[in-house]
Write a protein that binds this ligand. Structure first.
Ligand code: AHM
Ligand code: MG
Length: 336
């Protein structure tokens, strides 16, 4: 790229030239990016910043919270509550929704996030990230925001993205006009556009799934993985490679970069739960990014973005990535 384009310039052009985003949404995305820079700093300090280890508390989903889960959550709230662009926020780390305090102006957007995805990787220095999704407050809502206002299908998202804290800090974003990638220039302190119009190859020879759960899977997922494992001698006639980072951000980042399929399916360990991952702030934003890059995202039966949520912290089975592979696994489900 001959001329460096900052995130700010990219967003201004999306607003001005292409008319894709209103100014409030531009502000919102800039604020989220700024918060991600702060989180990146905290992540980088690690043990030197005293940020590693457990916080000694649990979130609403009964998961042990790490210190960085809580720090990242606070950074996102503090950065976003006063700008006038938001009406409310929701997070993996908070039971209910967070209303913008009365002392600040109210905007028309709703922000959802997983402040630090891949928490099990924090203390072992493996890539983690922040995932976010932006919805509009429903038009018929003239009063205060309630949890039900968040319960919109992913197809209503107006922006979605993630920031990965890995060897590089990279922000990946869609506002419905393809997927763009920005790398943090630490010397300048700004995100710089490093790739536009990301495309996921339709075919792949790489899958990502936690194989230790194999005995708990349902038949269609087991069939798909068995066929991949059979390699050149099996029905697929080719060898597959496997990757599992246990950070959805890192696995999805690899898929957006070179293709692949990611699955965290329903399994028999907790049969009453549709899956491990959360619909509204994990599967929806990632599903939209993947679709915007030419891939697909389903729960085995239905497009993720078409699911009507009934709860803020609803879980979902996730199959996403290279289109032809996702369609194959989804097709196996319909044959059961
Ligand atoms: P988290 O949001 O509490 O970090 O959990 C979500 C993570 C995903 O990033 C990842 O794909 C998955 O959990 C890994 O789960 P497992 O440890 O069961 O393989
Ligand atoms: Mg998560």
């Amino acid at each position: 790229m001959s001329q460096r384009i900052s995130l700010t310039r990219y967003l201004v052009e999306q607003q001005r030239v292409d008319g894709h985003i209103p100014s409030q949404l531009r502000l919102l995305l800039e604020v989220v990016a700024r918060a991600c820079k702060s989180i990146s700093q905290a992540v980088n300090k690690g043990a030197l910043g005293g940020v590693l280890g457990s916080a000694g508390s649990e979130n609403v989903q009964g998961e042990v919270q790490k210190k960085l889960d809580i720090i990242a959550n606070e950074v996102l709230i503090e950065a976003n509550e006063w700008g006038g662009h938001l009406a409310a926020m929701a997070s993996e780390e908070m039971d209910g929704i967070y209303l913008v305090p009365n002392r600040y102006p109210q905007g028309e957007y709703l922000l959802l996030f997983d402040p630090l995805d891949g928490s099990s990787n924090i203390d072992v220095n493996v890539s983690i990230g922040t995932i976010f999704s932006v919805l509009k407050k429903p038009e018929d809502n003239n009063g205060g925001v309630e949890e039900k206002d968040f319960l919109q299908p992913g197809s209503n998202q107006v922006a979605a993205g993630y920031c990965i804290y890995g060897p590089q800090t990279t922000l990946v974003l869609t506002v419905g006009d393809g997927v763009a990638m920005f790398t943090l220039d630490r010397e300048q302190g700004s995100f710089v556009l490093t790739q536009e119009n990301l495309r996921i190859p339709e075919d792949t020879k790489e899958f990502a799934i936690n194989m230790s759960n194999m005995r708990h899977w349902d038949a269609p997922v087991k069939r798909y993985i068995d066929e991949c494992l059979a390699g050149t001698e099996g029905p697929r006639g080719k060898d597959f490679n496997m990757r599992w980072i246990a950070s959805m951000v890192a696995d999805v980042h690899r898929i957006l970069t070179r293709g692949g399929i990611f699955m965290y399916p329903w399994d028999k360990r907790e049969p009453h739960k549709p899956g491990k991952l959360r619909l509204m702030y994990e599967a929806n934003p990632m599903g939209w990014l993947v679709e915007q890059a030419g891939g697909a995202a389903t729960n085995g039966h239905q497009r993720i973005l078409d699911i009507q949520p009934t709860q803020l912290h609803e879980r979902v089975s996730v199959i996403l990535g290279s289109k032809n592979e996702v369609e194959r696994v989804t097709g196996y489900h319909s044959k059961v």
